[in-house]
Design a protein around this ligand. Structure first.
Ligand code: FMN
Length: 396
């Protein structure tokens, strides 16, 4: 923790007093800690306590020193933010994007990992709206530090106690380690569908939205990698901090991939590239008629095999979207294309494409099989990099 730069946001719950102990431990371990208190947190614990512990000013208002734009400065200067304790109220505000005080405005402006440690009465924690708010924040990439069960301030037993200091420290350490785990690495990711036109307005495409590849690019950038994303036609926005090049057809992707895949440490090919394209493309829009239209399809170039053959990437991971015999097909594809690993995506009944949740299995050339489970695409992106990092270390 030595040299860590932590932003601690304390909201107005009974467990606010525990945030003082956490601050003290962080400072003793060599971290520098900036503390933001909500107005209601100040009813539970005095700013003076944190000022004395951190030997730094404590912040609670947007308006105390507006010339320093504190909500932006505080999140830019920190490596990781933690909300502990997080009230039901601040969780709901974060979910809705409300920014009506310094704490919520700073968190909305955060591009660093944000850890949230809920603490509240069990009935509040188990309320459907809180459950939904927490699930949404998780899917958006916030990390939840689940509360413990036990004695609550209301003299009831249940879930809702702030996680132990040990777990809070572990989560902060984990977030810091992940932030640096790909520092100095160059990562190339392909994402999205391709569109293969047969006239100027019509094309053959597929249901991919690029969400998985975008989440992967975001995760790699958060871990410190220099990321290039080759992104097909999608309305989803590319992530912050990632160099993005757009393609429409398999051929355009191939050209870009060959140009970009030099001196790359890790390539992840998550794009759902068309396997066939219309053999002919008419220059003018085809006129509607009552006749059946026959379109001949020819094979598109094999982008992944070409990247592997070009040899510019030390480690190559493919994706296999399958509807039957998933793992056998995926293993065969991994061998045939000389990939280091392949991610199997069960797309039966469209699962995967366009949905926020997905289920993935990673097969490694050496024979290992790692079930990444079912989760949001962001969570899966984190799990996939956790699983790939040891492989990458062997290769680079
Ligand atoms: C004695 C007392 C204890 C409270 N404890 C909690 C708590 O542990 N968790 C929680 O979510 N809200 C708790 N509340 C309610 C919050 O203080 C209230 O929702 C407040 O608006 C939170 O504001 P903030 O999220 O901006 O800090 C408590 C209120 C009182 C009066």
């Amino acid at each position: 923790m030595n040299g860590a730069r932590v932003l601690l946001v304390v909201s107005g719950g009974i467990a606010a007093y525990k945030a003082a102990a956490l601050t003290s431990t962080l400072v003793q371990k060599g971290a520098s800690v900036d503390v933001i208190l909500t107005a209601d947190a100040e009813r539970f614990i005095a700013p003076l306590t944190f000022a004395a512990l951190t030997a730094r000013p404590v912040y609670s208002s947007l308006w105390d020193a507006p010339e320093r734009i504190p909500h932006i400065r505080l999140v830019r200067e920190a490596e990781v933010a933690i909300v502990a304790p997080a009230t039901a109220n601040i969780i709901a505000k974060l979910r809705a994007g409300i920014a009506d005080d310094l704490a919520t405005t700073a968190l909305l402006a955060a591009r660093i990992p944000v850890l949230i440690a809920p603490a509240m009465n069990a009935a509040m924690y188990e309320n459907e709206v809180t459950v939904e708010n927490i699930a949404t924040l998780k899917a958006r990439g916030y990390e939840m530090i689940e509360p413990d069960s036990g004695f609550l301030a209301e003299r009831e037993h249940g879930v809702g106690r702030l996680a132990s200091e040990e777990r809070l420290l572990e989560a902060i350490e984990g977030a810091r380690a992940r932030r640096r785990s790909l520092l100095g690495k160059r990562v190339l990711i392909t994402a999205g569908p391709s569109q293969e036109p047969f006239d100027p307005v019509r094309f053959i495409g597929n249901a991919s939205t690029g969400a998985t590849g975008i989440a992967l690019a975001d995760e790699a950038a958060r871990r410190g990698a220099e990321v290039t994303l080759l992104l097909g036609p999608t309305l989803l926005a590319p992530p912050y901090g990632v160099r993005t090049e757009r393609f429409a057809t398999a051929q355009e992707l191939l050209d870009l991939a060959l140009r970009e895949s030099r001196e790359i440490d890790l390539t992840i090919a998550a794009a759902a590239v068309a396997d066939w394209r219309p053999s002919e493309r008419s220059a003018e829009k085809r006129k509607k008629s009552d006749e059946t239209l026959h379109v001949d399809l020819e094979r598109t170039p094999d982008v992944l095999a070409a990247i592997a053959a070009a040899g510019g990437s030390k480690c190559i991971v493919g994706f296999a979207a399958e509807t039957n015999d998933h793992e056998a097909h995926a293993r065969e594809k991994m061998e045939r294309k000389s990939l280091d690993a392949i991610v199997v995506n069960d797309v039966r009944a469209g699962a995967g494409f366009g949905l926020q949740e997905n289920g993935l299995v990673l097969l490694v050339r050496s024979g290992a099989r790692i079930d990444l489970g079912r989760a949001s695409k962001r969570t899966l992106a984190g799990r996939l990099f956790d699983a790939l990092e040891p492989l990458l270390k062997e290769r680079t």
